[in-house]
Ligand binder design. Structure first.
Ligand code: NAG
Length: 115
């Protein structure tokens, strides 16, 4: 039942980060609906307070949620099934409840200030 197997594809955003090194893993996740998956980003050389997760589908990139200083928030449309967390300052995580149609490229970003 291949059509029931969403593929979450992750892509490193480090080349877009203007000199900031961000390491993202894993590169790919394949998981069945009903499970949950986690993906991580790590800012190797910085300690930025503004940490983001984006989702790209068909070239369109939208913000899923953020972790700013000490609290996470989800954007409209991503209230359910998406959870941003950050247990250590340099690292942040997106947990996604896998369901059909959720396959996408997920990207992260970090910044010193808002936007
Ligand atoms: C950046 O940090 C990650 C996570 O600790 C590590 O796996 C990676 O090797 C580091 N990259 C560099 C270039 O130091």
């Amino acid at each position: 039942m291949d059509s029931f197997l969403p593929l979450l594809t992750l892509l490193c955003l480090k080349d877009f980060c203007d000199g900031v090194l961000i390491t993202q893993w894993p590169k790919y996740i394949a998981s069945l609906p009903g499970s949950s998956v986690e993906m991580h980003c790590y800012q190797n050389d910085t300690n930025y307070d503004y940490k983001y997760w984006y989702r790209q589908i068909k070239g369109e990139i939208v913000l899923v949620g953020s972790y700013i200083v000490t609290s996470s928030s989800n954007e409209k449309g991503f209230e359910n099934g998406f959870e941003v967390s950050s247990t250590e300052k340099k690292k942040w995580t997106l947990k996604v409840n896998v369901k059909e149609g959720i396959d996408a490229v997920y990207l992260c970003a970090a910044s010193l200030h808002s936007e």
